[in-house]
Write a protein that binds this ligand. Structure first.
Ligand SMILES: [Zn+2]
Length: 625
């Protein structure tokens, strides 16, 4: 007869139990030294080995030849307990025997001495299911049980037990078993069963089991019954009713791209393939948790159970999200899982969640607004680092209107780095930018928009105020529009008529030709500051710093912004720093000791070097002082 794996491979000794050394060591020690308590409480999530340990304990305390606190599994008592002929080990399922009468009956029973074994052991499973009356009835027995009785209470929900019960038991907490530990055990069992299990497949089973060895073995059973060995990731995927992990990556990608239609199509495909909606949302939550870990931890391998390819894919995906966006996704999906549990129309809940994720602007929750603010900040930082790029055709079609209230300064100081028709360093330029005076935008007087619009006359009298006019207004002949020579000749303007020239045709002059030097004229006195000279600030900064010495504050700030854009975890760490160039190094002065630690990591140091290369024109190695 076929025995399911988890029964067949149930641990027979404490040393067989995996993942719970803290429990098994303590229990076998107690048995070896004969320091037994009369009541034990085993807590922990399902499938972590509570019942197995209880049975090993029951055998070990009664075994005729115990070995180092473990049962021998060979004596008549051990074998009798295994095949159920020794009746002194009593398993009670509190879920179905939860009333006060059941416990009263138990109280009567415990008075009798055991028939064959030394101790009568009561294993009460799911003890949190007992009624209050039943607990109270049990309490008296737990307090003063007969010498020959041991109690082992097991529960997944220890918080539901009255404190009076807790205080009378010796408590052992069973942990979720590490996926690697489960995977290793699975591979050994699979080998013994003659069905080799690929390591990726073992990890996948372990992850799906979520720390429960029993669930892992049940799934392995299902794999064995559906496919021929060796067992692969695909076998596991099919047996577990998963669609492979690819759909999770695709969904994340559509969410990052805000492609609602694609997201809903994937959901529809999954729905047709009978994928459970709640499970899908739970898997997505897991997926976004993985992205969060990848986003924030340098070596995510230890915290994520995934194959190497999956981790690489996760790293790519994580770069498409801000942390805020991932946190919002987690919150939207958790809400969806809660809602799915309560509703009949599970699919609609999943669809709503996907739409919310793809379109944060439709969501007014704090999480959505936080994400949008973060997106804006990222965009702003990009503008700060790279300047505003304006597509040339946009300029031709609609000149940007300068509002009177708009400060003029940023327009002047933000160098347009993209779309420049010439390289700033190009030798064909008719002027020598080394000879040009250093451009400092602080020298420009602040632009006062009111000066353009002020209609009040100047306080000082105009020099010609009093002078007599050279002609007499009275004598001038009356003006008539008809008298103008071209009055009738101008044809009415028709916007639909073709223009007399082809705007797509190249201009009559060659823009690549060197421009003739323009003689510098003294600027005429004007109420508004003259437009800034066209000296590009980047080469100016280059001149400042090429020889070494301190980097001016503005250039360094631009380097910092650039470095932070390349390497997000640097954000904030460069605040308040100053820098100078020494040979091939950029020496950064910082108040925070952490910066030095960060810059010892290659990625962080590389970001600084790249930033200096872009802004200053030299790739410099960072040093912290
Ligand atoms: Zn034995």
């Amino acid at each position: 007869m076929y025995r399911v794996l988890y029964r067949k491979w149930r641990p027979q000794t404490f040393s067989d139990v995996i993942g719970q050394p803290q429990v098994t060591k303590a229990l076998s020690c107690q048995i070896k030294e004969n320091r037994l308590s009369h009541a034990y409480l085993f807590t922990g999530s399902r499938g972590t080995g509570k019942t197995s340990c209880a049975k090993i304990f029951a055998k070990a305390v009664n075994c005729l030849h115990p070995v180092n606190g473990d049962p021998c599994n060979e004596c008549e008592i051990c074998r009798g307990i295994d095949d159920g002929t020794v009746l002194d080990i009593v398993e009670i399922d509190a879920a179905s025997n939860r009333g006060v009468d059941d416990i009263r009956q138990l109280r009567e029973e415990v008075k009798f001495t055991p028939s064959q074994a030394k101790f009568r052991v009561y294993i009460v499973d799911e003890v949190h299911m007992l009624t209050i009356e039943a607990f109270n009835a049990l309490l008296k027995t737990l307090e003063e049980p007969p010498e020959h009785v041991k109690f082992i209470l097991a529960t997944t929900e220890v918080q539901k037990l009255p404190s009076t019960i807790l205080s009378r038991c010796q408590r052992y907490d069973f942990r979720r078993i590490e996926p690697e530990v489960i995977a290793e055990r699975l591979q050994r069992i699979a080998d013994a069963e003659g069905a080799p299990l690929e390591s990726d497949a073992a990890i996948l089973v372990a992850r799906l089991a979520d720390g429960a060895m029993r669930d892992a073995l049940s799934l392995l059973d299902r794999c064995l019954s559906t496919a021929e060995p060796p067992l692969t990731v695909q076998t596991v995927t099919q047996a577990a009713g998963l669609m492979g992990r690819d759909y999770l990556f695709s969904l994340c990608r559509t969410i990052a791209n805000r492609d609602t239609a694609a997201a809903l199509t994937i959901l529809d495909d999954l729905h047709k393939a009978s994928c459970d909606t709640e499970r899908l949302c739970t898997e997505l939550i897991n997926q976004f948790r993985n992205l969060l870990i990848v986003h924030t931890v340098q070596h995510p391998e230890k915290l994520i159970v995934a194959t190497n390819e999956e981790i690489a894919e996760n790293k790519k995906l994580a770069a498409m999200f801000t942390t805020e966006a991932i946190l919002r996704a987690l919150s939207v999906l958790s809400d969806a899982v809660d809602a799915i549990k309560k509703t009949q129309n599970r699919r609609v809940e999943a669809e709503m969640a996907l739409i919310r994720l793809c379109r944060p602007e439709t969501d007014t929750s704090v999480a959505a607004l936080t994400q949008r603010v973060a997106d804006l900040e990222a965009a702003l930082q990009n503008i700060k680092a790279n300047g505003v790029s304006v597509a040339p055709q946009t300029v031709a079609a609609a000149p940007v209107q300068q509002k009177p209230s708009a400060p003029a300064k940023p327009a002047v100081t933000q160098p347009v780095q993209e779309d420049l028709p010439f390289e700033p360093d190009e030798p064909s330029l008719p002027f020598d930018d080394a000879a040009a005076p250093d451009f400092d935008d602080d020298d420009i007087p602040p632009f006062d928009p009111d000066s353009l619009w002020d209609s009040t006359p100047p306080a000082e009298p105009m020099p010609f105020d009093e002078a007599p006019l050279p002609f007499d207004e009275e004598e001038a002949p009356p003006f008539a529009a008809e008298d103008l020579p071209f009055a009738e000749e101008a044809p009415p303007f028709d916007a639909d008529e073709p223009l007399p020239f082809d705007k797509n045709e190249p201009l009559p002059f060659d823009s690549d030709e060197p421009v003739a030097p323009v003689p510098t004229k003294p600027a005429p006195a004007a109420p508004v500051a003259p437009p800034a000279p066209p000296a590009p600030p980047a080469p100016a900064a280059r001149n400042d710093t090429a020889a070494g010495g301190p980097i001016d504050e503005r250039t360094w700030t631009r380097c910092c912004i650039e470095a932070e854009a390349i390497c997000k975890p640097l954000i904030g760490h460069l605040n308040g720093t100053t820098a100078s160039i020494q040979g091939s190094f950029v020496v950064i002065k910082s108040q925070h000791a952490l910066l030095a630690t960060l810059l010892r990591m290659p990625d962080f140091a590389k970001a600084i070097s790249k930033a200096t290369e872009k802004i200053i024109g030299r790739s410099l190695t960072p040093k912290v002082e």
